[in-house]
Design a protein around this ligand. Structure first.
Ligand code: PHE
Length: 392
């Protein structure tokens, strides 16, 4: 039952999105065991699980494009250990149970040597448990909740964590914007949003600020008028809303409609072109923390932006930069590992030091996290304007 529904799901994905988004691995070889040719002549499979559809589709699509760019470039240079690499992407539709299923399938059926994913922390938690149990290394490009890498010693990430990101925005609100009182509006169905709200609250009150009122919503909600009305009466000078772009866009519109003129503040979950498409001018003058700002890109990052634009005719987001780096770090680990067993790749990942990624220098620390700087961006004329960089 399970298998047939998954097969159906994969063919639906193939039909719906085209083979460009899914590895070109032939379906009849899946699960059929080794063919006549030896392992060494087959491509090395990197599994990617991502929200290719649904309300966070931008996250999955941007990441996947960048992962594919990284793999294509490595293959042009001859691959790794004399073998080509192949990406197999499975769509989890932004759903926790689908994320677990996708990771199981990438490992058991597609025989992935390493996994890239997810963007959303809640999905990295569910998918990560599956990878950990099977002892296949997983690198999350952009999940920032601390619990993600605590799942176990096979789980890594190449981005900063929310306690840092929350502090960056709290200090920015308190010291740069000189705010005294801020409201919090968080998504209680989302580990990332809850964790980032906690981090912001602790740092902002620690710096002498006050939380005027705290309100919540659930991912998928479309009506935020009750929460905004409560915030309106609280005297808050800004609203910290650490959520994903679809809901944040509607929150901004609701605030504008109800006459709330204070800026919104947020985190990396805002980083998608659809944020401004949905929120429009209601987001003008708002600020958020992020992983990457093209305006202050290093030469390596500039090359990535140019290559991405040439291939996809669009600008990469921070998600693209991190997806590219997650793939690059896995490739670097595979190069140094004595063989491609899960354990060998895992220990090579743990030794990544001063690796020059497009999103900054990456050193994997003892907790399998990366200590990275954050940028603060301001929304001006519908575009992101770089404000400042904060070192860890
Ligand atoms: N950091 C978010 C999370 O952990 C995901 C995210 C990263 C979204 C970067 C957008 C950009 O859930």
């Amino acid at each position: 039952m399970m298998l047939s529904s998954r097969r159906l799901f994969v063919s639906v994905l193939l039909a719906g999105l085209g083979t460009g988004l899914v590895g070109c691995k032939k379906k009849e070889s899946a699960g059929a065991g080794p063919s006549g040719a030896g392992e060494a002549s087959k491509p090395i499979v990197i599994g990617h699980y991502a929200s290719m559809t649904g309300s966070t589709a931008h996250y999955g699509q941007d990441t996947d494009k960048a992962v594919r760019l990284a793999i294509e470039q490595v293959n042009q240079q001859g691959g790794v250990k004399g073998r080509k690499l192949e990406v197999v992407t499975l769509d989890d539709r932004g759903d926790s149970a689908e994320a677990s299923n996708a990771v199981a399938r990438l490992i058991d059926v597609e025989k992935a040597s390493a996994i890239i994913g997810e963007v959303a922390s809640s999905l990295s938690l569910s998918g990560g448990r599956v990878a950990q149990r099977r002892k296949v290394p997983m690198v999350s490009p952009s999940s920032t909740n601390p619990k993600v890498t605590e799942v176990g010693d096979y789980i890594f990430r190449v981005c900063f964590l929310d306690p840092f990101q929350g502090k960056v925005m709290a200090n920015f609100a308190r010291n740069t914007l000189k705010l005294e009182s801020v409201a919090i509006l968080k998504d209680v169905k989302n580990d990332y949003s809850i964790g980032l709200a906690d981090a912001f609250r602790a740092a902002f009150t620690g710096a002498g600020g006050k939380i005027a009122v705290e309100q919540s919503y659930s991912q998928g909600d479309t009506d935020f008028s009750a929460q905004i009305t409560a915030i309106k009466g609280s005297g808050a000078q800004a609203i910290f809303t650490p959520g994903y772009y679809s809901e944040v866009g509607s929150i901004a519109r609701t605030a504008q409609r109800l006459g709330v003129k204070v800026p919104l503040l947020g985190g990396d979950g805002w980083d998608a072109p659809d944020l401004v498409k949905i929120g429009g001018d209601a987001l003008e003058g708002s600020y958020f923390s992020n992983h990457f700002a093209p305006d202050v890109a290093t030469p390596k990052a500039q090359k990535f932006v140019a290559d991405f634009k040439a291939k996809y005719k669009q600008e990469p987001t921070g998600l693209g930069a991190l997806g590219y780096d997650a793939a690059a770090v896995i490739i670097e680990a595979m190069r140094h590992a004595p063989n491609l067993s899960g354990d060998a790749i895992r220990s090579a990942l743990g030794k990544i030091k001063d690796f020059e990624g497009v999103s900054g220098k990456i050193t994997i620390n003892g907790e399998r996290n990366a200590d990275k700087s954050a940028v603060v961006l301001k929304i001006v004329d519908g575009k992101y304007k770089y404000e400042t960089t904060v070192e860890p």
